[in-house]
Design a protein around this ligand. Structure first.
Ligand code: TNX
Length: 538
């Protein structure tokens, strides 16, 4: 008996042959004005674009086919079909042999081409009657699908209102990321954000090819992830937040739901349990953990640096072992973030002793440790990673130890910094970061770390001053779109004047997604119902 999965590629070949055979008879000759693929508003900017000045007409006679070597390419095809449906209302068939009249096709193909370097690379060949998206892996195909989504105009060619059609410029794109790690962080500890808020943020980030969401799950003001062996962490430590509102937490089931949602968008979740400082909420829940000599009480303010675990107590390490074990078991990604920042009331020796012990616990559960740049002062393994936020000296020290570094300088990459003195939300202890300042710098050379030691770029969003999704979006957008380009596109392909125009054209997408972005007056927003003036009024 012949296995049906073996037959699938042949079915597909048959479909393609049939399709090509039908072309000459069926194709309506549609004449489009000349296009220029290299002038499209793509963010992040692809590595290479070669325009051929014609157009592919996306309409109801377009069908999607994918490689069927495994399910993952078909899933990427269905993801594209869903997004096309919500943007254009066209319902395209995916891998249907009986798709009805098929004039044009989008083929998402698993390819071994030598031109494809790395798992996230892709090629897009757009011609008048077909779009071929090649990638070695479904991850690469997913990145390519984001490019394709951005090439579909927000509105159809309305001269053909009866049979609406969305022209896509023809040409070739070859693309791959500059950095493998392209992230944002969300602080759900200072203010809690719901599963739906996090999912919306994931959707928006994935559209710009960001592949990491780091969740800052614990801090002085709140513990936001269920730990079954230490239930009071969330019962007590999750009960409030900055300003005294009710707080909240993710059950492990909810966390798994977020992880799965991110995974479907080829995004990794990195959990952070911040320690030995930033641990007031844990110590209120279990005072035995406390090492600052005071009776811990729930904290709803915004000061930092006053809490610490007792680094010389065995129970503390039993606790950490349980926490790392439970969270690692539901986190498929390779990383576990231990925080390690601003432990101002932990003695230096105790701090180094602590970080070293926790590194071993993280490794015991099969994860690589990440810590804020202070961890570089401890004696660490070169497989551990430092996240540069404040001290270039620490970042250099990490790099000298052979560790890789994530570039997140507060002065340039902190999404919680105010845009300017008129900002409605945010802090400005590090800097004011207007939209141009956020973009005009180079992660490759900012801290003098050799490029091979840079893992990537991350833009953290701390939540002392934001408590709902609208406020989150105000600080994150549009700046995070710039960080996506700083981490995906090469230095030669980045240019503020050029980016600014492409950014202006993100307004229709953000509006369709109901993103309450900050309409910076540095940008000449296109077709935006928000103008700078109207925002100023409220
Ligand atoms: C510094 S960045 C912190 C956070 C604050 C943030 C506010 C870092 C590792 N620590 O605890 O939320 O500043 O901008």
């Amino acid at each position: 008996m012949i296995n049906s999965t073996l037959l699938k590629p042949f079915v597909l070949l048959f479909v393609i042959a049939l399709f090509i055979g039908c072309q000459e008879h069926k194709m309506k000759e549609i004449v489009f004005p000349p296009t220029d693929l290299s002038l499209e508003n793509l963010i992040p900017k692809p590595l290479k674009i070669v325009p051929t000045h014609d157009a592919f007409g996306l309409d109801h006679t377009t069908a999607i086919y994918t490689s069927q070597t495994d399910n993952s390419f078909e899933e990427v095809g269905s993801f594209l079909a869903d997004k096309i449906k919500s943007k254009t209302n066209l319902r395209l068939a995916v891998n249907k042999t009986d798709a009805g009249q098929v004039d044009r096709m989008i083929f998402i193909n698993q390819s071994e081409s030598d031109e494809l370097e790395g798992p996230e690379a892709y090629q897009l060949y757009i011609s008048k009657d077909s779009i071929i998206l090649n990638a070695k892996t479904s991850e690469g195909a997913f990145r390519g699908v984001q490019t394709l989504r951005q090439l579909i105009p927000e509105t159809s060619n309305d001269t053909l209102a009866e049979m609406p059609l969305w022209p896509i410029p023809t040409g070739k794109i070859l693309d791959k990321p500059n950095f493998e790690y392209r992230g944002s962080m969300l602080d759900v500890a200072r203010h809690f954000f719901s599963v739906n808020d996090v999912k919306k943020y994931i959707d928006l980030l994935a559209y710009y090819k960001i592949n990491v969401l780091h969740l800052h799950l614990t801090d002085d003001q709140g513990w936001r992830i269920e730990i079954k062996s230490w239930p009071k962490l969330t019962e007590v430590g999750g009960s409030t937040e900055v300003g005294g509102e009710a707080g909240g937490f993710f059950t492990q089931e909810e966390y798994k739901d977020i992880v799965a949602y991110a995974q479907q968008r080829y995004m990794m979740i990195i959990p952070e349990i911040d320690m030995p400082g930033h641990t007031n909420a844990a110590s209120v829940s279990y005072p035995i953990l406390n090492g600052n000599g005071k009776t811990p009480k729930l904290y709803e303010g915004t000061k930092v640096g006053f809490s610490t675990f007792d680094t010389r107590k065995d129970t503390v390490y039993t606790f950490i072992d349980d926490v790392v074990r439970e969270i690692s078991a539901i986190t498929p990604g390779p990383y576990f973030h231990i925080g390690g920042d601003e432990s101002h009331v932990t003695k230096k020796n105790d701090y180094n002793f602590f970080v070293n012990k926790v590194e071993k616990i993280v490794q015991k559960y099969g994860k690589q440790m990440i810590g804020w740049d202070e961890v570089a002062t401890a004696d660490l393994d070169s497989t551990s990673i430092a996240q540069f936020w404040d001290s270039e000296k620490n970042a250099m020290e990490a790099s000298r130890k052979g560790m890789r570094v994530i570039i997140s300088p507060a002065k340039k990459a902190y999404l919680d910094m105010e845009y300017d003195t008129l900002s409605k939300h945010g802090l400005h202890w590090a800097a004011y970061i207007p939209v141009d300042t956020a973009y005009i710098w180079s992660p490759e050379s900012y801290a003098g770390i050799p490029k091979e030691n840079i893992l990537g770029v991350e833009a953290p969003l701390w939540s002392e001053t934001i408590s709902n999704i609208d406020e989150l979006e105000y600080l994150a957008f549009p700046r995070v779109i710039g960080y996506s380009e700083l981490s995906w596109s090469t230095e030669e392909n980045r240019n503020w004047e050029n980016f600014k125009v492409r950014l202006a054209n993100q307004a229709p997408y953000m509006e369709r997604m109901d993103v309450k972005f900050y309409p910076s007056k540095l940008i000449d927003w296109k077709e935006s119902r928000f103008t700078y003036k109207s925002i100023q009024k409220d």
